[in-house]
Design a protein around this ligand. Structure first.
Ligand code: AMP
Ligand code: TRP
Length: 348
């Protein structure tokens, strides 16, 4: 979509993002998303709204008890990583009905042809597309609603969500054109940092994912220090030493991935990491990476473990966040209905 497109009616900067509570958090979620969420909160330049997207999780079957547990664990992960529920709005999606309502409206704006192009649906549905849920197919229209029901303008995500954000832009533009308004902002993806696509530790061409059958392929935020060190020691690499310059990693996806992870964890750049370790082999690099990963992740994992012991407190935080979220979303949903000609109760 053209960059020249205006971003709507002079919308204020507002940040929204979400993570699914289907399984635990991985190092990919942390570096690609969570760590960035915290930085944007700390930056203080805009309101930050973060959502545990349970309605998205159920596009594939979730055991109800496991969904409850994963939602609390994800919330604990957000807080342990540095999201402050007083400064950011933190809640689970299903508690704010406006998401699903606007999601329906957007499923009437998006075209089947647009959804047919979504690669995440193709990946997740696999060969047996007929058996996938309708929700899995319509998922990007709900994602657009999550963002636009707050008139959010900036969305921090990993690389894999880029296509969904382009669809979100297309939906906003079509709604605005169809209704002759500039009601919805045209959102900007925020895909930044050294690790916007963390790869599997077993295969440098595959994304690190919570759904990979091999636990050795990923680092979980709940892994203990020994497990993290072992997974890094066993991570696939090649026999060559680290090169003098980054270009030397062009055809070495596994090596490049470990360098990116190091850079992101250290708050540095891949260039600086390569410069520091040039000429050393992976037998020397891996223990340094393991130490760094443990020093960053162990405090988060300890704090998560402590927080999940108090599910009542987590539920209260989510309920309070949902109240604040609804207060922002409901007036925007009401205005959407007005624009579409839907009757609402007259103001008393
Ligand atoms: P999901 O776990 O699919 O709900 O993803 C939540 C967030 O984490 C999204 O912003 C993703 O783009 C991001 N993410 C997931 N896996 C990775 C990965 N391997 N590398 C970087 N970002 C990721
Ligand atoms: N689709 C995202 C994922 O799978 C999760 C998500 C749902 C999201 N709604 C969102 C991300 C809104 C950013 C903004 O990772």
């Amino acid at each position: 979509m053209a960059d020249a497109v205006h971003t709507g009616e002079g919308h204020q900067r507002r940040i929204f993002s979400g993570i699914q509570p289907s399984g635990g958090l991985t190092l990919g979620n942390y570096l690609g998303a969570l760590k960035r969420f915290v930085e944007l909160q700390e930056d203080g330049a805009a309101e930050t709204i973060y959502c545990v997207v349970d309605l998205h999780a159920i596009t594939v079957w979730q055991d109800p008890a496991a969904l409850t547990r994963a939602t609390r664990e994800m919330t604990a992960g957000f807080i342990a990583a540095g999201i402050d529920p007083a400064r950011s709005i933190l809640f689970n999606q299903s508690q704010v009905a406006a998401h699903a309502e606007l999601g329906w409206i957007f499923s009437c704006v998006a075209r089947i042809g647009w959804l047919n192009r979504m690669t995440q649906f193709k990946d997740k549905a696999g060969k047996n597309r007929e058996a996938a849920s309708v929700g899995l197919y319509a998922y990007p229209t709900l994602m657009a609603a999550d963002i636009l029901v707050y008139h959010a303008t900036h969305v921090p995500v990993g690389e894999d969500q880029k296509q969904h954000l382009e669809l979100t832009r297309d939906i906003a533009i079509k709604f605005n054109n169809d209704t002759g308004t500039e009601f919805f902002p045209v959102v900007e993806p925020v895909i930044e940092g050294a690790a916007t696509r963390v790869m599997s530790l077993r295969d440098g061409t595959k994304k690190m994912s919570k759904s990979d059958p091999s636990d050795m392929s990923r680092i979980n935020l709940t892994d203990d220090a020994d497990t993290i060190a072992q997974k890094i020691r066993k991570a696939r690499t090649d026999p060559d030493p680290l090169p003098e310059a980054l270009a030397g990693l062009d055809r070495r996806p596994e090596a490049r991935n470990l360098v990116n992870i190091y850079a992101a964890l250290a708050g540095s750049t891949p260039e600086a990491v390569v410069a520091e370790f040039a000429g050393q082999n992976f037998a020397a690099f891996k223990p340094r990476l393991a130490d760094l990963a443990v020093s960053v992740l162990a405090p988060i994992s300890t704090e998560m473990g402590r927080l999940v012991q108090e599910p009542g407190e987590i539920d209260r935080i989510l309920a309070r966040g949902a109240e604040r979220a609804a207060a922002l979303a409901n007036p925007i949903l009401d205005r959407t209905k007005d624009i579409l000609g839907m009757i609402r109760a007259p103001k008393p």
